[in-house]
Design a binder for this molecule. Sequence first.
Ligand SMILES: *Cc1c(COP(=O)(O)O)cnc(C)c1O
Ligand code: SF4
Length: 320
Amino acid sequence: MLDGFPQTLRSTAALLRAGLIGPDEAEALAELEQLYAVAVPPAFQALIEAPYDPIARQVVPHADELITAPHEIGDPTADAAHSPLPGLVHRYPDRVLIKPLLICPLYCRFCFRREQVGPDGGLLSEAQLAPVLDYIRARPAIREVILTGGDPLMLSPRRLAGLLSALDAIPHVDQTRIHTRVPVADPDRVHGVLAALRTDKPLYMAVHANHAREFSPAAAGALRALAAAGVVLLGQSVLLRGVNDSVTALEALFRAMLRHRMKPYYLHQLDPAPGTARFHVPQAEGLALVAALRGRLTGLGIPAYVREQQGGAGKLPVTP
Ligand SMILES: *Cc1c(COP(=O)(O)O)cnc(C)c1O
Ligand code: SF4
């Protein structure tokens, strides 16, 4: 429906021109635009079949985001409390997160870091990265480094290669993991960073995707290239009202992941970030959905259903 809009849409005006929002919504969204970043890249525009369909709903802002429900909080995973240095989160003894930048190829309307991520953002300088690497080098208990953000595949290939090779050279780091949405959100970008991903140690990549339609032919090509480069592919999803809150949608999503060489790893319960209530699916409903999948989907396709504990105590399986 969006021929003629090959650019990433980044403003209310651009969304209006593309027909993704109506004129009556534009006023409320102009206010919202000041609070949370917007980006709808061409790859997602091409997948949208109707306003606020399961693809559009993930990336097109909605006036409901101006409402913060009573249980919603900033920084729901309490990263700040576990951050010994800028860009570093150390919550579990054996692994750390590095956030090398806060830019993403698109901005999910349900993002748990929505108050931090954005296009002007948070690129760690070499001077900030150096102490982060020293921190890891000095702690042999750290066996895994997870690059997240923002989206690490939005780094320049040179920066990404530099960071990955510095991590590769730390003897006690067994593997690196990248959390990214680029293979589905901007698949062509993958080919430019492929050379940077050729590490000596295992590189795991958890690709964030929430709907089977995200696996376009271009995404398929990107995932195939990643697998051929030796990257171990995992899938991560968030359970989202209006996107994947049915047994058929989840089954299609996890089957699409398996077809594209990804092992579904986590299905996340939505974190209560501000203005995300329209995506909330109660845990009891989530448990029933996951239970229903058991009978009809290969065990390979079933991720762990997890939630973040309040106050940053870490992930827990969702149980009855
Ligand atoms: C989610 C998370 C991890 C990774 O946890 P896994 O269960 O190993 O995927 C690591 N550190 C922090 C702070 C996290 O939030
Ligand atoms: S890609 Fe991840 S970090 Fe970026 S907006 Fe989406 S959920 Fe947030």
